[in-house]
Design a binder for this molecule. Structure first.
Ligand code: PLP
Length: 370
């Protein structure tokens, strides 16, 4: 077995390719281009796996992350986070090499963009279709009109439409998703319909993992933008979006203390590795990760019934067992695999992967540290 001497984020490439293939197949079946959000994996290597499936457009979170993927030939990039004016000159520079789209989510942001950007850049308006995070209220016609007005005063900028992330799908029960989805995407499709006469090439960009996986109708949407599906995680599994067998990453952790009598084991694997995100188990208890056995090639078993990651502090994770018997065979120096609650955050904090059968693969986060 590859020697593991610290918490290590392992990718099961077979599962990952399967997740990519299913989403690519679904988007193809719907006739909607897929623009996967690469902030989940942040890795050139994993990006190449997408390219092998014909993906040619991506979403990222910042100009530096866009630059990172541009070095590997990605040339159609949307920064799907409201634009940070301080990144204007870097965006201008990048726009000389790639087809770059940025987002405005307030009238003032649209004004700042119009004043500061001098490169050939596309701007979309972010619409809040129920998530409550950022974006225009879809019914705020005056605000939307004012923002578009600012954008088009800059001749270098092209207004390219409306984008939304229906993040409230994470709060919905699977049976509510189809209806939530219909309501959410209707807002951006409707806005596109209203503005298309004046701007004939505008589009409606939409996407999150729960709706992309569970919903079936996306009529009028021009691109789908999910990200998490590449790895999935326990938040998705606990909400019925995926099975635990589809989760393509696990944090392999050394066991540092076992107290079977106290039904407790401590691992080196805490908040700095997994993040502090959690999920709800069927019994209502909060968990920070599902506990699995590590198998010889660093792959992992299905979650062990009766064990869960009860708490995380900076470096430590505490595994709680339903009964002491479940810990009898575990000892200090063993390895366990933790399926993360939220793989995007775990991938970000870890900054590199061990790909089964391949070895260490860096990500953007790791590069940022140098
Ligand atoms: N688009 C935007 C604007 C997002 O913020 C996110 C995730 O936060 C995504 C797409 C991808 O959604 P998910 O992580 O549910 O796949």
């Amino acid at each position: 077995m590859h020697s593991i001497f610290k918490p290590t984020l392992v990718i099961d490439k077979t599962k990952c390719l399967n997740n990519i293939g299913i989403m690519v197949g679904k988007a193809k079946g719907l006739g909607i281009p897929l623009r996967p959000h690469f902030k989940t994996h942040q890795s050139l290597e994993v990006g190449q796996w997408f390219r092998a499936y014909g993906i040619d457009r991506i979403a990222v979170s910042s100009v530096p992350m866009a630059n990172y993927f541009a070095t590997d030939g990605w040339d159609d990039i949307t920064i799907a986070l409201p634009f940070v004016p301080q990144q204007s000159s870097a965006a201008d520079e990048l726009a000389k090499r790639v087809n770059l789209t940025i987002l405005a989510s307030t009238v003032n942001a649209a004004y700042e963009i119009s004043q500061r950007i001098s490169g050939n850049i596309n701007v979309m308006l972010e619409i809040d279709t129920g998530h409550g995070r950022s974006g225009f209220n879809p019914l705020d016609s005056n605000g939307i009109e004012a923002a578009i007005h600012h954008i088009v005063t800059n001749e270098n900028i092209t207004f390219t439409g409306f984008l939304t992330h229906a993040g409230h799908s994470y709060r919905a029960h699977p049976i509510e998703i189809e209806e939530l989805n219909l309501r959410a995407f209707a807002f951006v499709v409707d806005l596109k319909r209203r503005w298309i006469e004046r701007f004939p090439s505008i589009s409606a960009s939409y996407g999150d993992t729960p709706t992309s996986v569970l919903a079936n109708s996306f009529e009028g949407i021009d691109e789908l933008r999910p990200g998490n599906f590449v790895f999935f995680d326990m938040q998705q599994a606990s909400r019925g979006v995926c099975n635990t067998s589809s989760i393509a990453v696990a944090l392999v952790c050394p066991v540092i203390a076992v107290s079977a009598d106290e039904c407790k084991a401590v691992i080196w694997g805490g908040a700095v590795h997994l993040s502090k995100d959690s999920f709800l188990q069927p019994d209502g208890k909060i968990s920070f990760g599902a506990v699995c056995n590590v198998i010889s090639d660093l792959s992992w078993s299905s979650p062990i019934d009766g064990l869960y990651l009860e708490s995380v502090s900076q470096e430590h994770g505490v595994i709680r067992a339903k009964n002491s018997q479940l810990l009898r065979n575990l000892k200090e120096g063993d390895l366990v695999a933790i399926l993360p609650a939220h793989s995007c955050l775990t991938a970000d904090t870890m900054g590199e992967y061990f790909v089964i059968g391949q070895g260490i693969v860096e990500s953007f986060r790791k590069r940022m540290l140098y």
